[in-house]
Design a protein around this ligand. Structure first.
Ligand code: MF3
Ligand code: CO
Length: 251
């Protein structure tokens, strides 16, 4: 069963997601040459604490960080380390918070300085794919409509959706039904209802879709060493356009 949230649950989702978005923005601003991925993780942990929340990632199946920090060919679930960020890197930051019993989840890939043109395009197209997916997240559409929109957007540019990791429902738990693959067939899959809250999160490789997991047991990398990008929003399904709960506010 895919949970449908009540108005009071939706209010709590809004607050958790607003906090997740604010923290992601603050941590993204710290992604500069010379900073380590562990430093970004520490900063995120402190901000999560200041918001009165907890990280839903920390301790999840033994995950050791407050957030995930994935650099260049790292796809997702990058474990924070003493690795220093360098000029020209891309850094994928995945930030969640559990606040008042509800989870907000969001991610984005930031550019550190000027990127190679193909890498810059990867970031732009992955974010575009996220919004193409969100445009399908409406009452009456199906999960496959979201998946297909993401896949079509990125494949038109020669990029590859990762197969092994997916988006998901989110609410009281970080991972709820349904799974939301970043590839699929329009018109297939569970039907969306108003009040569902979904984490839509294209993970897109510049090269092939194959991935591997490093010896730390978590960090996912591309098999061919090409860069990978990740953008994620938590959204609320409505009759009209989805409400992007993790949208950044001004200021
Ligand atoms: N945003 C990711 C997800 O939706 C974060 C999970 S990291 C983990 O799955 F460590 F908690 F698994
Ligand atoms: Co997620």
């Amino acid at each position: 069963m895919i949970p449908v949230k009540s108005p009071s649950e939706i209010e709590r989702m809004r607050r958790a997601c607003a906090a997740a978005a604010e923290i992601l923005g603050a941590v993204a601003a710290l992604a500069e040459p010379g900073r380590t991925t562990a430093e970004l993780n520490e900063a995120a942990g402190e901000l999560i604490r200041q918001h009165g929340g907890k990280s839903p990632f920390l301790g999840y199946r033994g995950y050791p960080g407050h957030v995930c920090v994935s650099v260049n060919d790292e796809v997702v679930h990058g474990v924070p380390t003493s690795r220093k960020i360098q000029y020209g890197d891309i850094v994928s930051l995945d930030v969640g918070i559990i606040l008042d019993g509800y989870v907000g989840d969001n991610a984005r890939t930031v550019a550190v300085g000027v990127l190679k043109p193909k890498t810059a395009q990867l970031l732009q197209v992955t974010e575009q794919a996220l919004y193409a997916g969100i445009a399908q997240a409406r009452r009456g559409r199906r999960v496959g409509d979201i998946s297909h929109a993401i896949q079509a957007t990125v494949e038109a540019h020669g990029f590859s959706p990762v197969r092994e990791f997916v988006g998901h429902g989110v609410g009281r738990k970080m991972h709820e039904e349904p799974q939301i693959p970043n590839f699929g067939v329009a018109g297939k899959g569970p039907k969306l209802k108003s009040g569902m809250t979904l984490a839509i999160e294209p993970m897109i490789n510049a090269g092939g879709y194959e991935v591997e997991v490093l010896n730390d047991g978590w960090t996912v990398v591309t098999a061919d060493g090409a860069p990978s990008a990740h953008f994620e929003h938590t959204v609320l399904v409505t009759e009209g356009e989805a409400e992007i709960l993790t949208r950044r506010r001004t200021g």
